[in-house]
Design a protein around this ligand. Structure first.
Ligand code: ADP
Length: 324
């Protein structure tokens, strides 16, 4: 995987010396994962065939994925002063992610998610709870903590913090990647400040009030995205770069649990961005990382390392495009 010609690179090469590859600011979560033979009807009951508690959360998991791919990462977030708070940080620390920027909030509960996996499809349904006391504040960050990174990765959980961090990154010539689940009007300010919004179908639907994925991509590009991406689960991802539409199909895998697939996609994309690749190759790598994640239970178990990702890419071709 060699560099793209200079003009095709997703981001121009920087001469600035930076001690960190990626700074992530956003959520972590302590996931309660139950695998179901079939979903209960509304107000019904169902026995789970297995149940586990596992670390997750979108930015935490993407950073773990980045670390597995060999990137130097740091994480800024909040946790409660409870056992789940320690459980979500342990795998990051073990993978070498700097978690010194994570604030412990006395009396608060660490964010949790209840994740129900449908065994037949591997698709999951998520219910989450975030203690309001976990809100990040601008004082949790310093300009220097952002300026030492080659990429800034954000979610939309604390819009004011995300906007401030994105402004600092932009002034320093650092590309900004965004993960967002659902649109709400207060996110417009963030969307104007990110280079690479990589969002899921639910975001696209809520952003366009039920419009098409293409409408969402046009909107994101209009807001300023250099490359806008909507991930489409087993279909792959549809992207827009300027006026150009890029269809990037998924890889076929036996999906056991799709939790964390979007985070793996972000990690693969960030890695490719830092390798100086072009949009097509970056999306192909991101799809491969997403596919590999789906083969294991839990958000973090299937995040591939660099050898696994490269071996998978050598051995597999994406499926034909079936998307919109
Ligand atoms: P999220 O996890 O944020 O809901 P998606 O479900 O769109 O995001 O998945 C992100 C990416 O992971 C997809 O674009 C695709 O590359 C990969 N992926 C997800 N589900 C599957 C699947 N069943 N088979 C193969 N790849 C998948």
């Amino acid at each position: 995987m060699s560099d793209a010609p200079r003009a095709d690179r997703l981001w121009p090469e920087s001469r600035a010396a930076r001690s960190l590859d990626v700074l992530g600011i956003g959520q972590n979560s302590y996931d309660h994962v139950a695998e179901l033979e079939a979903f209960p009807r509304f107000a019904g009951k169902a026995a789970a065939r297995r149940y586990e508690t596992l670390p997750g959360g979108q930015v935490a998991t993407a950073l773990l994925g980045c670390a597995r791919l060999g990137l130097r990462g740091a994480f800024v977030s909040t946790v409660g002063d409870d056992a789940p708070g320690e459980a979500v940080l342990r795998p990051l620390r073990a993978a070498g992610v700097d978690v010194s920027g994570v604030r412990r909030i006395p009396g608060a509960k660490t964010q949790i998610a209840l994740i129900l996996i449908d065994r037949a499809s591997g698709e999951r349904t998520v219910v989450w709870y975030r203690d309001p006391r976990l809100a990040l504040e601008v004082r949790d960050l310093s300009r220097a903590s952002i300026e030492r990174a080659r990429v800034l990765h954000l979610d939309a959980s604390d819009p004011e913090v995300a906007c401030w961090a994105a402004d600092v990154a932009r002034e320093a010539g650092i590309p900004v990647v965004l993960d967002a689940d659902r649109y709400r009007p207060e996110l417009d300010a963030i969307l104007r400040r990110v280079d690479f919004p990589i969002v899921g179908l639910e975001f696209a639907e809520t952003y366009t009030s039920g419009g098409s994925v293409t409408d969402a991509l046009v909107g994101l590009s209009g807001a300023g995205a250099r490359l806008a991406v909507v991930t489409l689960g087993p279909i792959g991802a549809l992207a827009r770069q300027g006026e150009r539409r890029i269809e990037s199909p998924a890889f076929r895998v036996e999906a056991r649990d799709t939790t964390g697939a979007g985070d793996a996609f972000h990690a693969g994309f960030i890695w490719a961005l830092l390798q100086g690749l072009d949009a097509e190759r970056a999306l192909r790598i991101a799809n491969a990382a997403g596919a590999l994640c789906c083969r294991e239970i839990g958000a973090q178990g299937g995040q591939p390392d660099r050898d696994a990702l490269e071996a998978f890419l050598r051995a597999h071709e994406p499926i034909a495009w079936t998307g919109p």
